[in-house]
Design a protein around this ligand. Structure first.
Ligand SMILES: NC(=O)c1ccc[n+]([C@@H]2O[C@H](COP(=O)([O-])OP(=O)(O)OC[C@H]3O[C@@H](n4cnc5c(N)ncnc54)[C@H](O)[C@@H]3O)[C@@H](O)[C@H]2O)c1
Length: 426
């Protein structure tokens, strides 16, 4: 179907409201309160401090970070009386802290999650849950061993109202048997390629470089590595674990599937040749055991975004999710007559053939449908709700592991230059 057809019509299906759960959470938290410690208060950590403290009843009381400037900024957000430290274990030792929010570079996630669970804290861990597949497996086991502590992974699409609505559409069968998903993400500037500015006072005096390296080999301080860690495999999984992982989390939820069976990937460093070793363009294709493929790419060298959003295709229709919009494109009802397919008939046969379909319906296009969804509670509010109301995590360690694992599978295929099977990973 031509999406740009001037004849296309759209209409709004009834708006869906998903606010009740959030209101209930806010009320119960008001009654009991939750104290949170933040481990990592960089770019994402700063946003999370805001998101947590916007939830009624939540208090941020401690922050660990390795750069003085981030601790100073955290005090600007939370007040000068909070505990600040460069040693995250001091936050875990703080008996007043009930839950921690971890937003550090990926290579440090596993150690911090184990330590936080051992300290009895509830854990909000940013995506990707793990730097490697085996780390993810160990974290799932650790979380399962502590069922009274909530662990929620921080990929916010998982609990959005739009995702819930899209899942409902797929479950209804309106798209028919799914066969393919396509999606892409484009950026073309330094910020999009993670070349973040280095603060003017960054130095071994203001940054705890050894703690950043953790178990990685020792080397002299380098500010660019500390502030742009996503550019190296040693600390990150590149575009796949930074960006694909969100898509996998959301797709797995919408499609009600666990993880892919196999992947192939291609890409390279085509523009941002700044010493990084992760690709700035990567295209992966994955097979799912349920019988469809996912084709996704990130291009950090072109801002195009043509053919926007996520396209979920089935033999009865397609669904586009683009920003906050969800549109359903039902397949046309195709005519039985084949005008093109009978072009090779001699005139007498063709006329008889066409005549035999007289009175039967021609191809009927069906109108697309835009579904509006109102915003619901944030992913952070859902975590708080799980903790205070003693409810299961809405994005548990296994969910996070399946999404990170899918991204790690793409990377494995890319780095080994081969078709990679899920079963190879661990
Ligand atoms: N959910 C989302 O939309 C989203 C968006 C951005 C980032 N993230 C995730 O958040 C995490 C952090 O990303 P970012 O962009 O904020 O990176 P960042 O580099 O801006 O911040 C990381 C912070 O962690 C601190 N840190 C490093 N080691 C530490 C340690 N041992 N103890 C305490 N603090 C330590 C650093 O000082 C830094 O300030 C990553 O896992 C990333 O994938 C998620």
């Amino acid at each position: 179907m031509d999406m740009k057809s001037p004849s296309r019509r759209s209409f709004l299906a009834g708006a869906v409201t998903y606010t009740l759960a959030g209101q209930a959470a806010a009320q119960s938290i008001n009654g009991r309160g939750l104290t949170v410690g933040f481990i990592g208060s960089g770019i994402r950590g700063k946003q999370l401090i805001d998101e947590f403290t916007e939830v009624p009843g939540v208090r941020g009381i401690a922050v660990a970070d390795l750069y003085d400037g981030c601790l100073e900024r955290a005090k600007e957000q939370l007040g000068s009386s909070i505990q600040t430290t460069k040693d995250y274990r001091a936050v875990l030792d703080n008996k007043e802290v009930q839950a921690v929010c971890i937003a550090t570079p990926d290579h440090l996630h596993e150690r911090m999650v184990h330590d936080a669970l051992d300290a009895g804290k509830h854990v909000y861990i940013e995506k990707p849950i793990s730097w490697s597949f085996v780390e993810g497996q160990r974290m799932v086991a650790a979380s399962n061993a502590r069922p009274k502590q909530v662990l929620q992974v921080g990929s916010q699409g998982k609990t959005s109202a739009l995702t819930a609505k899209a899942r409902e559409v797929v479950a209804s069968g309106r798209l028919g048997k799914l066969n393919m998903v396509r999606l892409s993400e484009h950026r073309n500037n330094a910020e999009g390629a993670w070349i973040y500015p280095v603060p003017p006072d960054a130095s071994p005096q203001t940054v705890d470089w050894q703690r950043f390296l953790g178990a990685r080999p020792a080397r002299p301080f380098r500010a660019e590595t500390f502030f742009r860690w996503r550019c190296w495999w040693e600390f990150s999984g590149g575009v796949a674990t930074d960006l694909f992982v969100h898509q996998f989390t959301t797709l797995h939820e919408i499609l009600n599937v666990k993880h892919p069976a196999a992947a192939v990937s291609m890409g390279g460093i085509f523009r941002w040749n700044d010493g990084r070793d992760v690709p700035d363009v990567m295209n992966s294709m994955l097979e799912y055991p349920e019988g469809f493929i996912v084709d996704l790419y990130v291009n950090l060298c072109n801002s195009g975004n043509r053919g926007r959003g996520v396209w979920i295709m089935g033999d009865q229709g397609a669904m586009q999710i683009d920003g906050g919009r969800l549109t359903i494109f039902p397949e046309p009802v195709f005519a039985e007559v084949q005008r093109y397919g009978s072009e090779n008939f001699p005139k007498r046969h063709r006329e008889a053939y066409l005549k035999s379909f007289e009175g039967r319906p021609e191809t009927q296009r069906r109108p697309e449908e835009e579904v509006r969804v109102q915003r619901g509670p944030t992913h952070v509010a859902r975590f708080v709700e799980s903790v205070v109301d003693n409810k299961p995590s809405l994005e548990n360690a296994l969910d996070g592991h399946y999404a990170a694992g899918a991204a790690q599978l793409c990377n494995h295929a890319y780095r080994a230059r081969k078709r990679a099977e899920w079963s190879e990973l661990g």
